[in-house]
Design a binder for this molecule. Structure first.
Ligand SMILES: Nc1ncnc2c1ncn2[C@@H]1O[C@H](COP(=O)(O)OP(=O)(O)OP(=O)(O)O)[C@@H](O)[C@H]1O
Ligand SMILES: [Mg+2]
Length: 162
């Protein structure tokens, strides 16, 4: 399945892309996010929460210490951060498998830490290009996330054109 690459030119644009990503969700899905410090992961996650209708007064931050944050929206959003986990078993201890099989949307930051246990979902890789430009690469690992990616592309292309 081919990659889709977008370059955003501001934090607002990354948030808007995240918002479209949330809007594109029509069933439980899994987002596998990776990128270095300052790549814009939290920025994208904030937009995503907005697109899932998580109320704006709920601040979205990386669950680096809490390991998982939960938000109520059109779908419940379960936001994991693997930064401080040392082995894939720790992820299972958090009940990760049940969240993925459940009715909510799961977002994983630092997903590239344990690629061997994350074999379905939508991979999102963020890279720093310059002070205000970020290169964001999407790759679906299975057919249902390919459908999600197609919906995102359509929304983005329409939104850009208007
Ligand atoms: N195009 C862009 N997209 C996203 N963020 C941008 C962009 N241009 C500049 N920035 C800035 O880059 C920073 C991204 O921070 P953010 O907290 O989202 O990164 P992060 O990947 O979550 O980092 P960390 O791993 O440290 O939590 C913010 O200060 C933001 O204003
Ligand atoms: Mg962050």
């Amino acid at each position: 399945m081919p990659d889709w690459i977008v370059t955003t030119r501001s934090p607002e644009e990354t948030r808007r892309l995240g918002n479209f990503l949330g809007q594109a969700v029509e069933r439980p899905v899994l987002f596998l996010l990776s990128g270095d410090l300052g790549a814009g992961k939290t920025c994208l996650a904030q937009g995503l929460a907005g697109g899932l209708d998580v109320p704006e007064d709920e601040p979205v931050t990386s669950p680096t210490y809490t390991l998982m944050n939960q938000y109520k929206g059109r779908f419940d959003l379960f936001h994991f951060d693997l930064y401080r986990l040392s082995q894939p078993e720790d992820l299972l201890d958090l009940g990760f498998d049940e969240y993925v099989g459940g009715p909510g949307v799961v977002l994983v930051e630092w997903a590239d830490r344990f690629p061997e246990v994350l074999q379905e979902g939508l991979l999102i890789r963020m890279d720093w290009e310059s002070v205000d430009r970020r290169r964001i690469r999407f790759k679906a690992l299975d057919e249902s996330h390919e459908t999600l990616l197609e919906r995102l592309k359509n929304l983005w292309e329409k939104g850009e054109g208007s």
